[in-house]
Design a protein around this ligand. Structure first.
Ligand code: 3HC
Length: 310
């Protein structure tokens, strides 16, 4: 560790520094969720670095952000496309990309991880970041279903660790679940709530329970729909029509499963089933397993329960 790095680390260790508003945000993982989080953070005035393993992935992340920003600008600046262009270049100007996570966290107030849902990989990542990031940096995970505490124990900053769980598509979905583990300090939790507000999100406070609030209700609901089809009680199309027109949901459960990704749903379900083998709502689904084995992962590959445009 260099002398200047040590001095930098020490100078940020006061609690006053820890409470300072979050300005510099590092997002680890430039996939669908990471790109969406980065887009909203940059749109709301934060300096954002997106980290992923290759330049190619990062190029795709930037392209997806620009595409989404164009959709936003088209609506927001319908009367004045020039202002729309200025808006996009302003937001893009606050975004940068990096393949070196160590470098990317050196100036971060907040790190949010949105990588593959694998506990060992997440732990490996955070234990490295813990050495690279200054003391003030708050670490968060956007995991859908892995307990935050199980990830946080890979670091020496349990008091500065929490969960920020976003929803897809991040630019459109207003909710942010803010999760604390028993060790999360009040300073950290309040900083995360303030950050959520600065991102334009409505926050809800969550404990570190399986699926937090939304996924604990949503995933069993989606799986009950799949089981209904497995029993031959209804077709996916009829279930979707019923839930959209009879319950006012914007998407039916099969459309939503295709949107979220069948592999993601399977991963969540399998994890919960392994932990709670007797829970009937967490039972594996033969139909879901078959589709995933066939590579029908949903919209991202062009086919899930339905065929879709990629
Ligand atoms: N970026 C920017 N704008 C977007 C967008 C994006 N990615 N997606 C949608 N929009 C905006 C655009 O303004 C679009 O208009 P445009 O097509 O003219 O550009 C407008 O939304 C309407 O979009 P669509 O016509 O494509 O479709 P909808 O009216 O159905 O809206 C939706 C799309 C907002 C996704 C809506 O269907 C919805 O709310 N669906 C439910 C999504 C949901 O439940 N998400 C949570 C999933 S669970 C999760 O993420 C947790 C994880 O842990 C599993």
């Amino acid at each position: 560790m260099s002398q200047s790095f040590r001095v930098l680390t020490r100078s940020f260790s006061s609690s006053a520094a820890r409470q300072a508003a979050i300005k510099n945000v590092t997002i680890i993982g430039g996939g669908l969720m990471g790109a969406g989080i980065a887009q909203v953070a940059a749109t709301t005035g934060h300096n954002v670095v997106i980290v992923d393993t290759s330049e190619d992935i990062l190029k795709k992340s930037k392209a997806s952000i620009e595409k989404s920003l164009q959709r936003v600008a088209k609506k927001k600046f319908a009367e004045n496309p020039k202002d729309g262009e200025a808006f996009i270049s302003d937001v893009v100007g606050r975004l940068s990309v990096q393949t070196d996570a160590w470098e990317a966290v050196k100036n971060a107030d907040l790190v949010t991880e949105a990588i593959v849902e694998n506990l060992d990989i997440k732990k490996q990542l955070f234990s490295q970041l813990d050495k690279a990031a200054p003391e003030k940096t708050i670490f968060t995970s956007n995991t859908s279903s892995i307990p935050i505490k199980e990830i946080a124990v890979s670091t020496s900053r349990l008091d500065r660790f929490g969960g920020l769980h976003y929803f897809n598509p991040v630019p459109m979905m207003k909710l942010l679940e803010v999760i604390r583990i028993p060790e999360t300090s009040d300073d950290t939790f309040n900083a995360l709530l303030a950050f959520g507000k600065a991102m334009g999100k409505v926050t809800v406070n969550c404990k570190d329970t399986p699926g937090f609030i939304v996924n604990r209700l949503l995933v069993p609901y989606m799986m009950e729909a799949v089981r209904m089809v497995e029993r031959g009680d209804a077709t996916p199309r009829d279930v979707d029509t019923a839930m959209k027109l009879g319950a006012g949901y914007p998407m039916g459960p099969f459309e939503l499963t295709d949107y979220v990704g069948l592999d993601t749903c399977k991963f969540i379900l399998d994890g919960w089933h392994a932990k709670y083998p007797d829970h009937p709502l967490f039972e594996p689904s033969p139909l879901l397993n078959k589709y995933v084995a066939e590579g029908k992962l949903g919209n991202k590959v062009g086919e899930g329960f339905y065929k879709s445009k990629k």
